[in-house]
Design a protein around this ligand. Structure first.
Ligand code: NDP
Ligand code: MG
Length: 382
């Protein structure tokens, strides 16, 4: 049966690769909705090629341009954040691929779950901010949260056929980012251009910076905690620079299962979209002689303090991961605009955590308020 997919963030790194997957499997997937924030040019091109029934551009200043460009096609063009949240509930949508970046993913994902849509989740920030709430909702509405993040796709695949009670530990692999071997003095001076050059993955700007600081791994530990219902002490991070082993699960008898493959996001995207089936793909295959050495090492918390900050926020719980996420979004944006340095980002996050209101229990409106407050505080330290 054809799956009709709403791709939120279709103009981004994940969104574009998801469209490649759709193009390769025209009998399995159809595009129902495409959305972008401001890249109207690409959104128009994508709509002309993939024939969605609706497109949404969040920045309404571009709405008229998109409408005019697509006026000869049978496509509804909408603008604004609310439209983004509404369209995911549409009757014709079977699956929502959440591939927008940051906190902005939370409300559309919540709406989609409540409308009973299958969720392919790339937007890890949704689970960092409100993982407990979102996973509880998914259970309530009997919706699958299918991970797109490569590590989580790996864990998800390793867990197939196993009992939850028999999981001892999960190892999340990290490439270590572009600065794995730099010492702290040099790290303090790195530029955004250097930080945007990831050694093994080609990704959007925000996650590339998060990978350089290892904040991305911190976010992924929190994502795994909620997605797989694990205790914080059951999750370990291990640096694996070749990015071939995408993550591992250790069971109570000591046996470890791993999932391997070339670093290619189209694979976990395809798996989430085709789940529970696997579809044929012509993506390049792993060739063992090309990788005589697969290496593993512990992360260095002294040079990459953002990882420990994220783990601390997870253990504290409540709205703390939400506060940390907001501060990190502000810090990364400041770094991308040359307004703070590598460790300046850490400082902004630490100071924000100290000042923001802590709530041990939080609901959706608390998260929205915490995100807003933390952004204002973080901005004052930029
Ligand atoms: P990109 O920055 O490449 O793309 C983000 C997409 O979201 C774009 O389509 C962008 O539109 C849209 N967008 C940005 N801000 C908003 C907003 N406020 N409201 C609505 N739409 C918005 O990001 P990536 O594709 O790299 O990452 C997307 C998500 O997937 C992130 O959460 C990331 O952590 C996660 N992820 C990404 C991986 C990767 O390999 N890239 C791997 C694993 C997870 P526009 O183009 O108009 O700005
Ligand atoms: Mg990842």
């Amino acid at each position: 049966m054809m799956k009709r997919i709403a791709i939120l963030g279709s103009t981004g790194s994940i969104g574009k690769q998801a469209l490649e997957v759709v193009a390769n499997h025209p009998d399995d997937f159809a595009v129902e909705i495409l959305t972008a924030k401001s890249n109207f040019k690409l959104l128009i091109e994508q709509a002309a090629r993939f024939h969605p029934s609706t497109v949404v551009i969040s920045d309404v200043i571009h709405l008229d341009t998109v409408k005019r460009a697509l006026s000869s096609l049978p496509v509804t063009v909408l603008g604004g954040q609310e439209a983004l949240e509404d369209v995911v509930t549409g009757e014709r949508v079977d699956m929502v691929l959440a591939a927008m970046v940051g906190f902005a993913g939370l409300l559309p994902v919540v709406r989609a779950i409540k409308a009973g849509k299958q969720i392919a989740l790339a937007n890890k920030e949704t689970l960092v901010v409100a993982g407990e709430l979102v996973t509880a909702l998914a259970r309530e509405y009997q919706v699958d949260l299918l991970p797109v993040d490569s590590e989580h796709s790996a864990i998800f695949q390793c867990l197939k056929g196993e009992q939850h009670a028999e999981i001892e530990k999960v190892y999340i692999t990290a490439s270590g980012g572009p600065f794995r071997n730099l010492d702290a003095v040099i790290l303090a001076e790195v530029t955004r251009h250097e930080a945007l050059k990831h050694p093994t993955w080609n990704m959007g700007a925000k996650i590339s910076i998060d990978s350089a600081t290892l904040m991305n791994k911190g976010l992924e530990v929190i994502e795994a905690r909620w997605l797989f219902n694990l205790r914080p002490d059951q999750i370990d991070v291990i640096v694996h620079p070749q990015s071939i082993v995408h993550s591992l699960v250790q069971y109570c008898d000591g046996s470890i299962k791993a999932q391997l493959g070339l670093p290619d996001m189209r694979l976990p995207i395809l798996y989430a979209m085709s789940y529970p089936k696997r579809l044929n793909s012509l993506f390049p295959r792993f060739h063992f002689p090309d990788y005589p050495n697969l290496t593993f090492e512990a992360p260095d918390p002294a040079r990459f303090p953002n990882l420990s900050i994220a783990l601390g926020a997870m253990r504290r719980g409540g709205n703390m991961p939400c506060v940390m996420n907001a501060a990190n979004e502000v810090a990364v944006d400041a770094f991308l605009h040359d307004r703070t340095g590598f460790y300046g980002m850490t400082e902004i996050i630490e100071k924000t955590i100290r000042q923001a209101t802590f709530l041990q229990e939080a609901g959706l409106t608390d998260y929205i308020e915490s995100d807003r407050e933390a952004r204002i505080i973080a901005q004052s330290f930029v």
